[in-house]
Unconditional design. Sequence first.
Length: 495
Amino acid sequence: MTLDFRDYLRVLSRRWRVIAVVTLLGTAAATTASVLAPPEFRATATLFVSLQDGDNTSQLYQGNSFTQARVQSYAEVAASPKVTKPVVESLRLDMTPAQLAARITAEAPVNTVLVRLTVTDNRAARAARISNAVAEHFAKVIMELERPEGKKSSSPVRLTVTQPASVPSAPASPNIVLNATLGLAVSLILGMGLGAALETLDTSVRDSKALSECLAAVGGPPVLSSIVQDPRASRHAVALRDNTHGSRAEGFRKLRVNLQFTEVDQRPKVIAVTSPLPREGKSSVSVNLAATLAEEGAKVCLIDCDLRRPSIAQALGLVRDAGLTTALVGQAEPLQLLQSAGSFSVLTSGMIPPDPTRLLGSAQFGSLLRALAEEFDHVVVDTPPVLPFADTAAMAPAIDGYLLVARAGRTSRSQVVDALRVLERVDVPVLGAVMNAAPARGEADGYGYAYTYRPKQNRSARLTARVPSRLATASPGEGRTAEANGTLVSAKTRP
């Protein structure tokens, strides 16, 4: 699979939290380390290298060429023990010659006869003092080295301090702004790399497109609808009652419409809603599918067959103790146990049995579903998850078709394929898949037509709103006429 620039941007947008955390931590670490690091001062002394002999122009030129060639080697001598040991002894420094050598930096610019000696220390005055002492002893060592062997004559090379080291006014390091900027850049790159790595390792289906590609790769059913993530879903079980024109409600309407075209020759009447694993939203899809089917005026019954962890009664505020298991053990008729959830009926789970698989695979369960299918236009069955339990497969003889629910960012591709294989073995058609909790961006308003519905105020309400408040104080039997915004309103009362 090839990725274009937009795919990379989508990856970064999905992993922006990881990138932001790594970037903030890296920048904070670099800034904190810079603030806590001890300051270091740098003092530099500059020496000029020249030849003492040379009367004519030719000799001066040759001497200058000689000096430029030799000055590069002089820089290497600055940190030698011949220089550092006398400096440590003369200044009585609390460090070894080797430690001092680590603080000395010698530089000889190309095509010049200058040598710059820089000393770094945590105290400004001491840095300048050491730098000047190093320059002094460095000049002596070089002149001693250049003196002809066995002769008492002076050295032909002379080193003169042209610019002694001065006490630095500000520390050279740490540079808080520079270090923070570098920390930001490095941590941003690391964060983007970590985000890309997590995206590569993430096998979950992120949106309806990914789920559709996963199902198409194994010859599975289509994705019938995508239900967008809504933080209010836990407080409002039925999307049509919360916001009838919202993106979540429209997603369930799309599911209802697409279900009508799944099996044209024999439309499924008993539809089981399941998912690969728990906490993927199958119960929410079951409730809203029943509400959406009932929106057209059809008689709909919702049955909570999740006898492992029933949740529909609590979501709709119904009684759970008397329900499906009560009817299966013969204590009451199914129609007597139905509860109203507004536009549709609900048969809750009842008491949780010790062996749900055996109960859901029994002949009594099949007879109960057939009886309810004759009484209602649609029967929606909320089942346990497919992979952990055998309950969903056990009830297959009484089911007309399955809906497979996957949760965006939670359900992996392998789990979708495994659940599909389990359902295919029971020889009951899988009508389609539903992407639950899909990201709003790219799903609900991806086509640029998301909107918010606001009911229009009727004419009488507008007229009442324009009546002056003084009419409310009219005495009994008194008739008054007021004109508000060009509209004539009369108020009459009886004594």
